[in-house]
Design a protein around this ligand. Structure first.
Ligand SMILES: [Ca+2]
Ligand SMILES: [Ca+2]
Length: 253
């Protein structure tokens, strides 16, 4: 029997298969089977995470307002959304923020938007995007509610109303992909003419009492069409389209 360095059953089975399905088996012409070859796998590489939050330019700190007695919203955190608000083909970050409770107001806290620079770093564009909004936010849904190709935000709150933040849009081209049915887990990949691939997945929920637009929004930057559009469904079905023009809502099969 052949055993790899880790001794796993899978490796043993593979070795047997490579060795001709058993010691002593011969070929049909009567010559002996080739000698089994030892199988070895590279040692598993340790995966290590490094905190690059500050190095990436993100300094957002969530405000829960906690003091004195503990209230449930203080324990819940808040929503975070990936969206390409400026349509340049790079996903940006929107952080929902809480607030101080009225009885003990120590500092101002607003929602926050960080623009993806494309080099692994982000810049805080909250104020110039008009998102320095103070509220006890908790959940966020990203959706193009008015179908103009620019993604908008709906933020719900504790003790207040839901607010709808309509975007005037960026300078990039865009494409929104509508699937024939609500299909959480479906993955849509668009390939740009320069070869870049943008990938998004349909989600069934995003944060507290919130769910994203089931249509997937892609910022395309200067590209006026996508070369390929592929939809991969959880059941294994794959559909493809080619040469799809930008700046429209496209129905994919
Ligand atoms: Ca962007
Ligand atoms: Ca819109």
């Amino acid at each position: 029997m052949i055993r790899d360095t880790s001794g796993s059953a899978t490796a043993i089975g593979l070795a047997l298969l490579l060795g001709g399905l058993g010691t002593g088996c011969g070929r049909k012409d009567g010559t002996p089977a080739a000698a089994p070859v030892a199988v070895s796998r590279p040692a598993a590489k340790e995966v290590v995470f490094t905190d690059v939050t500050r190095a990436a330019g993100i300094e957002f700190v969530h405000t829960s307002g906690a003091f004195g007695r503990k209230y449930l919203p203080e324990t819940m955190g808040a929503g975070l959304a990936f969206l390409d608000y400026d349509g340049d083909g790079r996903q940006d970050l929107f952080f929902v923020n809480g607030a101080e409770w009225p009885e003990k107001r120590r500092k101002a806290a607003t929602q926050a938007l960080y623009r993806n620079r494309g080099d692994g770093t982000f810049e805080d564009v909250t104020r110039r995007a008009g998102l320095a909004v103070e509220m006890y936010g908790i959940g966020v849904a990203v959706a193009d509610f008015d179908n103009d190709g620019h993604v908008d935000l709906a933020v719900n709150s504790i003790g207040g109303k839901l607010i709808l933040l309509r975007s005037t849009g960026g300078t990039g081209h865009w494409l929104e992909v509508k699937l024939p049915r609500f299909a959480p887990g479906a993955v849509v990949t668009v390939t740009l003419p320069d070869g870049r691939r943008l990938v998004q997945e349909v989600h069934a929920g995003s944060s507290y009492l919130s769910s994203e637009d089931p249509r997937l929004h892609f910022g395309l930057g200067p590209a006026t069409r996508v070369s390929k559009l592929t939809v991969s469904y959880p059941n294994g079905k794959v559909t493809r389209m080619a040469g799809v023009p930008a700046d429209r809502i496209v129905s994919a099969s």
